[in-house]
Design a binder for this molecule. Structure first.
Ligand SMILES: [Mg+2]
Length: 440
């Protein structure tokens, strides 16, 4: 169900979509906010953040002109005093192990979001975005999930996924092999990104069932897989979009292609350096699930494929990974926050400080720290490590954070308090300076 926003002129409307009935199609083509059912009638305090970030991302993508700028500042809620929207700082969150674990929200996460949305002693709203390596779903689908899990309004504009940069690859390659995810999901995501000709491991097994000796397609998989004559197909690149559901079969097919002559399935290169390039949407070796210990993920598959290629051919295989800790992900996040600040506050520069809250030292903390060091401007990224996910108390993280806290609620309170202490200090210094000038 799509509802309209009564407070904004028709040409600047942000569509309100129920998280129960939302489809990906609903979320394309204009700014939109996904609402949990009970918020369809009355908006919660999360609405304004979701809405303004959605508009900012569309501006960034060039999908709407800057004439469609949203109203500046925060929309007064129905209560007495309007909240102030912070402009100097923002938060960015990893999702798995920080806000969600095993498909359910981490208890402090819901409260942390309420604090950011104005339920705090400073009577302030703080903008936030989500930067996740979790793959296999579009930004739009992750948005629907998170809206349900956190029971609040979220917009696709607030999301940056590991595979987001893969959109740009759709222009570069014609036929691609897409690996990972459930059923046909990743083929659909890849086609949604604009890839023209998408092949899956299922298509190859359907073409030649002897490809994977121990894996047979189920009836459903056989029906969904496409009939192709791979003698006449050249695969230009391999993309691992999401975690593999069949490591043995997928690795066999990836290796076959990496050892092929120019991506022609069934051929063998004599030099083993003629295969198509292979991209992974992120490089996290482990991730946090409902299990008490971390589980191996896409980075482990990458390591494994590289080791297998070496063992079989004696040569090194070069692979490419996106997502955190790659700096491009953080650059994109900075651009989005800058656009948001321009739209809402009329200030065309990124927030002074972005607090990044994550649970994985190797991706979240490393990426935040390295991006902060690489960026020579006065804008800062500040890393906060939580103990609700991959990182376990008592161990020393290889990439040390600026701050370690128990959970996301503590992270939010810490960042807000730090900002207000800074502000108070600046104000008292200014006062002292004025007093000195007066005395002179
Ligand atoms: Mg995580």
């Amino acid at each position: 169900m799509a509802d309209t926003d009564n407070f904004i002129p028709p040409d600047r409307r942000v569509r309100r979509i129920s998280s129960i009935e939302a489809t990906r199609a609903d979320l394309y083509g204009g700014p939109s906010v996904v609402m949990p059912p009970q918020h369809l009638m009355a908006r919660s305090s999360a609405y304004e953040s979701a809405r303004s970030m959605s508009v900012a991302k569309l501006h960034l993508d060039g999908d709407i002109s800057s004439a469609d700028v949203s109203p500046r500042g925060s929309t007064p809620s129905s209560e007495e005093e309007p909240l102030v929207t912070a402009s100097k700082y923002a938060f960015a969150f990893d999702i798995d192990g920080v806000l969600v674990r095993g498909g359910k929200s981490i208890p402090e996460a819901v409260e942390a979001m309420k604090v950011l949305n104005g339920e705090n002693e400073y009577h302030e709203k703080v903008p936030y975005i989500f930067v996740t390596n979790g793959g296999g779903k579009t930004e739009e689908e992750r948005c629907i999930d998170l809206s349900k899990q956190l029971d609040m309004e979220v917009s696709p504009g607030q999301f940056i996924c590991g595979h987001t940069p893969m959109r740009e690859m759709a222009e570069k390659y014609n036929t691609v092999l897409v690996v990972g995810g459930e059923g046909e999901k990743c083929r659909i995501v890849a086609e949604g990104y604009g890839f023209k000709d998408v092949v899956t491991p299922g298509d190859i097994i359907k073409y030649n069932q002897h490809t994977t000796p121990f894996r047979k397609l189920t009836k459903e998989e056989f029906e969904n897989s496409r009939t192709r004559d791979f003698e006449n197909v050249k695969i230009d690149a391999i993309f691992v979009f999401a975690d593999s559901r069949d490591w043995a079969g997928d690795q066999q097919i990836i290796l076959d292609l990496c050892m092929s002559k120019g991506g022609r399935y069934g051929t063998r290169s004599e030099t083993f350096d003629e295969g198509p390039p292979i991209y992974f949407s992120h490089n996290d070796i482990v991730w946090s699930t409902s299990h008490e210990y971390t589980r191996i993920g896409m980075g482990a598959l990458r390591t494994s494929v590289e080791a297998l290629f070496k063992a079989v051919t004696g040569k090194d295989l070069k692979t490419i990974a996106f997502g955190k800790p790659q700096l491009g992900t953080f650059q994109f996040a900075t651009r989005l926050l800058q656009q948001w600040r321009k739209d809402t506050h009329g200030i065309d520069s990124a927030p002074d400080t972005v607090y990044f809250v994550g649970d994985t030292p190797e991706s979240d903390i490393r990426g935040t720290n390295e991006y902060n060091e690489s960026d020579k401007s006065e804008h800062n990224w500040y890393s906060i490590l939580v103990k609700t996910g991959v990182y376990q108390e008592g161990t020393t993280p290889q990439f040390p954070p600026n701050k370690t806290v128990e959970n996301v609620l503590e992270a939010v309170k810490f960042g807000m308090d730090r900002e207000h202490r800074k502000e108070a200090k600046e104000a008292s210094m200014k006062k002292a300076n004025e007093a000195i000038i007066e005395e002179e």
